[in-house]
Design a binder for this molecule. Sequence first.
Ligand code: NG1
Length: 546
Amino acid sequence: MAAQLPIPVYTSLDQAMPDLQTAAEQAVRYNNLVEEFEKRFGHKPSYIARAPGRVNLIGEHIDYVLFGCFPAAVERDILIACGPSLATASTGTGGVQAHNLNPKYQPQNFVPMLKTGGITAAEEAGAASTVHAKAAWQLDIDKRELRWESYVKAGYYGVLNRFFSAASGTQEHPVPVDLLFTGSVPSGSGLSSSAAMVVASTLAFLTVNNKLEGVSKGQLVEMAMENEKRVGVNSGGLDQAASVICTPHSAIFVNFYPKLSAEPIPLPTPRTIPRAIFVCANSLVVSDKAVTAKFHYNLRVVETLVAARVLGRLLNLPLTPTERPTLRVILTRWLGTPEADLEKEDVKSAIERFLPEIEKLRPAREGREPGEEGVTMKEMIELSGLSEEQFNQVYLSWVEVEAEYFQLYKRTRHVFTEALRVLEFREVCVRAQATEGDLPEETLKQLGALLDASHESCSTLCESSCPEVDELTRLAKAAGAYGSRITGAGWGGCTVSLVAEDRVEEFIAKIKEGYAPYRELSDEKLRDAIFATKPSSGAFVLKLDA
Ligand code: NG1
C-alpha cells in the first residue's frame, strides 16, 4: 500500500517536517539554497526536490536476490532547487545547467541527444524537432570515472525515455532546466548518497517537466533503480525504496518479490526500558562502488545468480538455458507454491526448511588450499550445465566481473540466513508494537543479537566488510551497544549500532578514544562521522511561491 501512494508535494516546510523545531532548523538551509539559486541563475527556483539517504538496519546484499530488507531513511539528504531555465540559447532542448553548493563539484552543462544507432534523429531527418520511431535519448555517462553529474544524468535518462520518447507517443520536448544541489549525506559511506542523488534528480526532472502527477512512490522507486544502473552498479531496490517510501518514526520492511511492496514498521525503541536508538559510525574508509564493482558489488550479484542456477540444477528444478533466476525464485520453485499465496511467516518457515538443501553447493575440498574453497570460472560453467557461450551470454555479457575463485556456497548461505534474520527482526518489532505498556530490555537484546549475527555473516560469508569496519563493530560492542553491524554495500563505509539512549554520549566518547582515525578529528568532523539517527520522511517536493 505505501508503495502506491503519490509523491508528497508540500507548499511549506511545516507540512514537510515531522515537527516545528526540525522545520525551523531546516528553514535556514532551504532559504540559503533558494537565495544562491537566484544569484547563480538570475531567477527564482520553482521547486525544491528532496531525497534522504538511508541506514539499512538489517538485510545486506539480499535485495538484488529479491529478499526483503529493513531500512530507515535518515535526516541527512540531498536537496535540489530547480526550475525551468531562462538560458534556452545555451541549454537547448532539454538542456541542463547543474550547479552544486559544494565547490568540490564543478558546474556542469549538458544537452540530451536523441539518437538512432549512433546518429542523432535530428541529423538523420534533417530537422531538430523530429522524434524518430527507434530513437532513444542519450547522455554521456563515463562509468569508469566517478563524476557527480553522472547521477544527475542517470536521473534524467528515465524521465526522458519514459515521457519524451517516440514510444510514449509524444511530440512534446523536455524543458531546459536549472538545478542547484546541496547534500548532507557523506558520499561513499554506505548511507546511500548515490541513491539519494538519483532519486532527487529523477524527482526534479519529473517536477519541472510537469510529469509528477500520477507517478506513485513505487513507480519512482522503479525509475530510480533503472536510472542508477546507468552509473554502472547492478543494484537492487533497497536504497531507492527507503529514500522514497519511508515515513518519520518508522523503518520499512521492503519486499521485492513478486513485486515491490513496503510496510512501515515503527521501531520499538520509544517504549523500551531503557530507550535505545541507532547510531551510525563512519569508518572513513571510502568505498568507490562504481570503480570497484567488478570485484566487489557486481561480482556478488553474479555469484548469487550463478549459485541460483547451480542450486536449481542440483535440486532438479525446471530451468531454461536462457533464464537468469534469482535465489528467491529458486526457493519458490522448490516450494512449488504460487508466490502470491506466500505470507511472510510462510517465507520464514520455507527458508528454515530450505537451509539444509544449500549444503549441496558446498564445494568438495579435496586438493584445495584453505581460502580456495570456491570454484574456478571453468568449474562454475560446468556446474551451470550451460555451454561456455551460453554461460557468457546469460551471466557475463551485461556485466564485468573478476575473480580467481567464485564463492557460490558462502554467498548463498549468507543470503538465506540474512533473509531469515530480516524476517525475525521484523517479527520482534511487530510483536513489540502489539504489546501494551513498556517493553523489556530483552527486546533490545534480541534485536542486538540479530544485528551481530548479520555482521558476522557479512564479514565471513558475504565478505563485504573490511578490517576497519570490523574493528568499529567490536569497539561498539565493547562500548555497550546491544548489537552492531556494517550497513550498506560495504568494503568501507558505516556501521549501525543499537545503543541505550542515556549512554549515547559515553558510547561516542569511547569509540572516539578507541578508533584511531577519529582521534585527529575536530568536533565538527566527529559529529559528521558518528551520529544518532532518527528515522526521517522519504522523498518529497516543496513547491515554492512563484
Ligand atoms: P549502498 O550502501 O548504497 O552502496 C548497495 C546497493 C543496495 C544494496 C546494498 C547492500 C546501490 C545503489 N545500492 O547500497 O541496493 O544491495 O548495497 O545491501 O548499489
